[in-house]
Design a protein around this ligand. Structure first.
Ligand code: NDP
Ligand code: MG
Length: 391
């Protein structure tokens, strides 16, 4: 599969999860870069109104609404256009095979994004990956398949994009270590007594980034960093001892690579997801943009501190799941998805999320070398157990 050169040819993009935080920002990037990109496919979960609005504006070849009950609404709203309309998660997994797609932006949240990402890789499409859960759940299968198919996975996650940018021109130089930066989220410096009382409204206020609800809670609990550690292991083929996390409250240094001569490279910029989205879609070119520029005088100090894994146990749980390997990270992810949803529905407290994840990690049967079906089974068993623990 040849990668279209954004300098001479337009890149035809399918956005899976176009109605989400990453999806809508990707459309802003594409709108500002009309001469480089074409929207080929848009998919949503259940936000039919926004999908219709996006379809009318960007005129894609096809749209898919995941939730079938909204099919008629979308079909009728687009009846005066040539846009093809499909529904259901199986259609999302099928549409990515379309010949006219060059790059698939995987921006569905959670395990729900796994099947469509795998099917896009099987079809030989280049992947711009926002959906980190895909690599957390089944990193070995996903990266192996990408290798077989000659598919590049371009990271959209800002920390991984930073590392990828630092690696440009260094692909034959071994990495000694990477430092993933973490803002520390809204509860940085707080103790367990405080965390036991926090409400979702507080957890949903991230100091530096505007994101979907699930990743915002993950950021507050440091699970997001835990998932990113595992994502980094698979993206950059690292051992667990080569990955470290450092808290950097200003979110200006997006991550750091240390090479075997001791030299370190970091990528910096204002916290704005449009930049890593554009880099992933436009790679290898840096497209000119009018994103706000960094002003040193507004940030006279950049600071760094150690992550508090005793209070924020999710990060420690993620590191141990990564070390254990097998289906452990799949268990971690599924338990976390159920726990976050329960927290968002006021069913459990903030600290209970770690309790549930830990118990699932202890109780779900360990599989050393899982197949795809084993992951599907592990995900479903873990969700059942986590749901039981919540009741
Ligand atoms: P959002 O919740 O804002 O958006 C999720 C998108 O996925 C929506 O379009 C939603 O559709 C769709 N979706 C959800 N469930 C399903 C489903 N079962 N089937 C089909 N589509 C579904 O999430 P974000 O944009 O914040 O995050 C997306 C991914 O990117 C996550 O994996 C996250 O970790 C990662 N990421 C996000 C960052 C950010 O800044 N937001 C930064 C780095 C990574 P609908 O709303 O129509 O139901
Ligand atoms: Mg990130």
């Amino acid at each position: 599969m040849t990668v279209p050169n954004p300098e001479t040819e337009k890149v035809h993009i399918a956005i899976l999860g176009s109605t989400g935080s990453i999806g809508t920002q990707a459309l802003e990037v594409i709108k500002a870069q009309e001469s480089n990109f074409v929207v080929e496919v848009l998919t949503a979960g259940s936000n039919a109104d926004l999908l219709i609005k996006q379809a009318l504006e960007f005129n894609p070849n096809a749209v898919v609404i995941g939730d079938k009950q909204h099919y008629t609404k979308v079909k009728e709203a687009l009846s005066s256009t040539d846009i093809k309309v499909f529904a259901g998660s199986e259609s999302i997994a099928q549409i990515v095979e379309m010949d006219t797609i060059d790059t698939v932006l995987a921006a569905i949240v959670g395990y729900a994004g796994l099947e469509s990402t795998l099917s896009a890789i099987k079809a030989g499409k280049q992947i711009a990956l926002a959906n980190k859960e895909t690599l957390v759940v089944a990193g070995e299968i996903v990266t192996q398949l990408a290798k077989e198919k000659g598919v590049n996975i371009y990271p959209v996650d800002s920390e991984h994009s930073a590392i990828f940018q630092c690696l440009a021109g260094e692909f034959y130089n071994p990495i000694e270590k990477i430092y993933l930066t973490a803002s520390g989220g809204p509860f940085r410096g707080k103790d367990k007594a405080f965390l036991a009382q926090v409400k979702k409204e507080q957890a949903l206020k991230h100091p530096n980034w505007e994101m979907g609800a699930k990743i915002t809670i993950d950021s507050a609990s440091l699970m997001n960093k835990g998932l990113e550690v595992i994502e980094a292991k698979w993206l950059f083929n690292l051992k667990h001892e080569q990955i470290d996390v450092i808290v950097h409250p200003q979110s200006i240094v997006h991550s750091i690579v240390q090479f075997t001569d001791g030299s370190m490279k970091a990528q910096m910029g204002l916290p704005d997801m449009k930049l890593p989205i554009q880099y992933a879609l436009g790679y290898p070119k840096r497209l000119k943009s009018d994103f706000p520029r960094f002003d040193f005088m507004k940030y006279p100090q950049l600071s760094f501190e150690q992550a508090d894994t005793k209070t924020f146990r999710n990060l420690a749980l993620a590191f141990s799941a990564m070390e254990k390997g097998g289906n452990s990270a799949c268990v971690l992810n599924a338990a976390n998805e159920i726990a976050v949803s329960a927290f968002l529905n006021d069913k459990i407290g903030f600290l209970n999320m770690s309790d549930i994840i830990e118990e699932c990690l202890q109780k779900i049967t360990f599989i050393k070398k899982p197949s795809y079906d084993d992951y599907v089974q592990t995900d479903s068993e873990t969700r059942q157990l986590a749901s039981l623990l919540i009741k």
